[in-house]
Design a protein around this ligand. Structure first.
Ligand code: AHR
Length: 514
């Protein structure tokens, strides 16, 4: 048996409070995320607005908070006006980002209606188009959405059926403007000026809006870090967040490196924090810029690129695009990415799982048919449910394993969150593919006496996945051998597993997940 991995938990040593917005997601006009994903008039489960109630139920169960909209690459060519007013008058347009036809049957008002149907936890995060458009159109959108009434644009919203302003506070100033694939791609200097001017003007309407400047679309961009520094030199005092995007996939059969993807994600976060603080120091500013990790996931991007290059799309409506079917291996990596976000909860205060339905998503649907949970659904739902409170500082002492991409990597990746009720939840991944990993956790000053539950996601078949034909093939299962005695938690983590271990004082209510 492998030597145990260990760490100590002590309430005196914390990272920071978890912002509920860490459990955000993302709905883009891309493939079937909107159409036949969340919106499918005529579906047996659709409500009067055409929203699929089976999908709304799963979104609530998933526990998402903030939902970013409408893109993504899509937003860089989008005219928000196309998506408001009577549906029968809305134009059909070419969507250059995904070579699709956009019908505009779903737009801003429908998005706000969708959030309301989910519940008060679902808050808007709206991106403005800084690719083909600029300051004026961003202001018009803000006025249409948020001004109470008495102006042409706010009265247009009211005439379109929404008397109450939408109250959108969180705005993205464009999307991935560093990427050459982006419609209206810009240099850091060009974008920094535009972001600053847009931010300044939007604050003239409402000084309390929260604004996200585009950071790098991945850590591997040639312009990474210089981009952030240049943009923030222009916009530091005017924005609140800088964005990060990261997608991971298994390449060349190198599963060991894939399982260590969070090493890259944590380094990315720490480098962006350092860059923000460097600019702050240069400007002698007491202000701190936080991080909006507003696109993250496992995505088999290289497969998509090969397919897109081989057969360019001929402008279909809502095609099947980016419909990755996630294995249990993908879910373990995904869980590790969640751990990376929680471990940096002091600076990452917004994060969006990209995306929500059908497109690299935890929820899948069939047009006219059912909706089901992918393997990645479970780590997200559990983290959102039990990962609220204060993150404890976890310094892991773990056996390591060799990886091609990152050298020696600890087998254990873990974090712990203390809830307001004093319970503690340990989230842990065993990256090892073949051996169980014993875990010993010393608990100092926490008054914890019992294991409420230990839920694990692991399968003998690492490629097991949920499908339309077998939608419940992979689900978390309970582990009953975990103990807490004399202030020490002892568990054995199955090979390649995601684990949620909830600890409480005697008599704590057990509401199990797995
Ligand atoms: O989430 C899919 C795409 O990934 C988004 O449209 C874009 O922002 C990113 O490159």
């Amino acid at each position: 048996m492998t030597l145990p991995a260990r760490f100590t938990l002590d309430p005196a040593f914390t990272v920071g409070d978890v912002d509920p917005r860490l459990f955000g997601s993302f709905v883009e006009h891309l493939g079937r995320c909107v159409y036949t994903g969340i919106h499918e008039p005529g579906h047996p489960e659709a409500d009067e607005a055409g929203l699929r109630t089976d999908v709304l139920d799963l979104i609530r169960e998933l526990g998402v908070t903030t939902i970013r909209y409408p893109g993504g690459n899509f937003v860089s060519g989008y005219k928000w006006e196309d998506g408001v007013g009577p549906a029968e008058h809305r134009p059909r347009r070419l969507d250059l980002a995904w070579r699709s036809t956009e019908t505009n049957r779903f737009g801003l008002g429908e998005y706000i209606g969708f959030l309301k149907k989910i519940g008060p936890q679902a808050q808007p995060m709206m991106a403005v188009n800084l690719g083909t458009r600029g300051v004026a159109e961003a202001l018009e959108l803000q006025e249409y959405a948020n001004h109470p009434g008495g102006t042409e644009l706010s009265e247009r919203r009211i005439a379109n059926g929404d008397k109450e302003p939408y109250g959108i506070r969180l705005w993205c100033l464009g999307n991935e403007m560093d990427g050459p694939w982006q419609t209206g791609h810009k240099t850091a200097g060009e974008y920094g000026r535009l972001a600053a001017e847009t931010a300044r003007a939007m604050r003239q309407i409402d000084r309390d809006v929260e604004l996200v400047a585009c950071g790098s679309s991945s850590r591997s961009m040639e312009t990474f870090a210089a981009w952030e520094a240049t943009v923030l030199a222009e916009a530091y005092d005017l924005v609140d967040y800088v964005s990060l995007h990261a997608y991971y996939e298994e390449t060349d059969g190198d599963r060991d490196s894939f399982l260590a993807s969070a090493v890259d994600m944590e380094a990315f976060i720490e480098e962006v924090v350092a860059t923000c603080d460097h600019v702050g120091a240069r400007l002698k500013s007491p202000k701190r810029i936080n991080l909006s990790f507003d696109e993250w996931n496992v995505w088999y991007l290289s497969r998509f690129q090969q397919q897109a290059d081989a057969e360019p799309l001929d402008w279909p409506e809502a095609p099947r695009l980016l419909e990755d079917n996630y294995s249990v291996t993908d879910a373990v990596v995904f869980g590790s990415l969640l751990i990376a976000l929680l471990r940096h909860a002091d600076r990452v205060t917004v994060a969006c799982l990209a995306q929500l339905v059908n497109v690299i998503a935890p929820i899948m649907t069939e047009p006219g048919g059912p909706a089901w949970r992918q393997t990645t659904f479970f780590p997200f739902a559990q983290a959102s449910r039990h990962g609220r409170g204060r993150v404890l500082d976890v310094r892991v002492d773990s056996p390591t394993y060799p990886t091609r991409a990152y050298g020696e990597v600890p087998l254990l990746h873990a974090t712990a969150v203390r809830g307001d009720d004093g319970t503690v939840t340990v989230f842990a991944v065993n990256r090892g593919r073949t051996e169980p990993l014993p875990l010993d956790v010393a608990l100092h000053g926490l008054e914890l006496t019992e294991v409420i539950e230990h839920s694990a996601l692991a399968e003998a078949d690492p490629d097991a996945r949920n499908t339309l034909d077998d939608p419940e093939r992979v689900t978390p299962h309970p582990v009953t051998t975990t103990t807490l005695t004399d202030g020490t938690l002892r568990a054995v983590l199955e090979p390649m597993s995601w684990n949620v271990i909830r600890l409480g004082a005697d008599g704590a209510t057990a509401t199990g997940d797995g």
